[in-house]
Design a binder for this molecule. Structure first.
Ligand SMILES: Nc1nc2c(c(=O)[nH]1)N[C@H]1C(S)=C(S)[C@@H](COP(=O)(O)O)O[C@H]1N2
Ligand SMILES: [Mo]
Length: 204
């Protein structure tokens, strides 16, 4: 019955304080935030695929149908946006990143980071170890509904232990890397590490 006591955009009630990182407030809304246009797809089988490449024994491409046939799990997690809103107990459905990795050709030795590549060239870099956590997902449903275009349809990354900007929407590719490289927001002054509990919002 947590919900009944949750405020809209105020300080968290006492019992939820320990779930709200420093400098964040809780919201019941689901704000939409991104740079640029929202892609709209007509025929996903013809206009969409998911590619993996980089430091992997061979690149691989999943069609929409192939990807949607993969086993899914649900993840319930809190999300934290660098613009200071946090949302508790959001529920997502998708392919767990760790399980997805099992379906790929072996990675080459020394992979440390993954670059998420999105429609229109947006990128986000994430350490591989964060993608190996239980809550890292290639997500396509939110609260049991297909993602809306605004929130990343047909597929987004979910990496909830980082600020939400690394949860890249409109995901089209995953590049395995042997060293870190900055993604889109990271190049524009967001903190590369992006841990909400350490309040790593911007770089100096
Ligand atoms: N492709 C893409 N994904 C993106 C972004 C973007 O600009 N492009 N913005 C990020 C930022 S800054 C945030 S806070 C979250 C917002 O996700 P939402 O709109 O579903 O709340 O998406 C992230 N994913
Ligand atoms: Mo953001």
């Amino acid at each position: 019955m947590l919900n009944a006591f949750r405020r809209k955009t105020e300080r968290a009630p006492e019992d939820l304080q320990d779930r709200v990182p420093p400098g964040q407030y809780l919201t019941e809304k689901f704000p939409v935030l991104h740079y640029g246009d929202v892609p709209h797809y007509q025929n996903l089988e013809q206009t969409w695929d998911l590619r993996v490449w980089g430091a992997i024994e061979s690149p691989k491409t999943f069609s929409y149908t192939e990807f949607r046939a993969l086993p899914t799990i649900d993840v319930v997690t809190d999300i934290h946006c660098v613009t200071r809103w946090s949302k508790l107990d959001t529920r997502w459905t998708g392919v767990r990143f760790r399980d997805f990795l099992e379906l790929l050709p072996p990675l080459q030795p020394g992979v440390t980071h993954v670059m998420a590549h999105c429609e229109y060239g947006f990128t986000a870099n994430v350490p591989l170890e964060y993608l190996m956590l239980d809550d890292a997902l290639l997500a396509y449903k939110y609260e049991d509904q297909e993602l809306t275009p605004d929130h990343g349809y047909p597929l987004r990354l979910l990496t909830p232990k980082k600020y939400f900007w690394k949860s890249a929407k409109w995901l089209r590719g995953l590049e395995f890397m042997r060293e870190d490289r900055l993604g889109f927001w990271e190049r524009y002054g967001y903190n590369n590490s992006a841990d909400p509990w350490l309040e790593e919002r911007y770089s100096d």
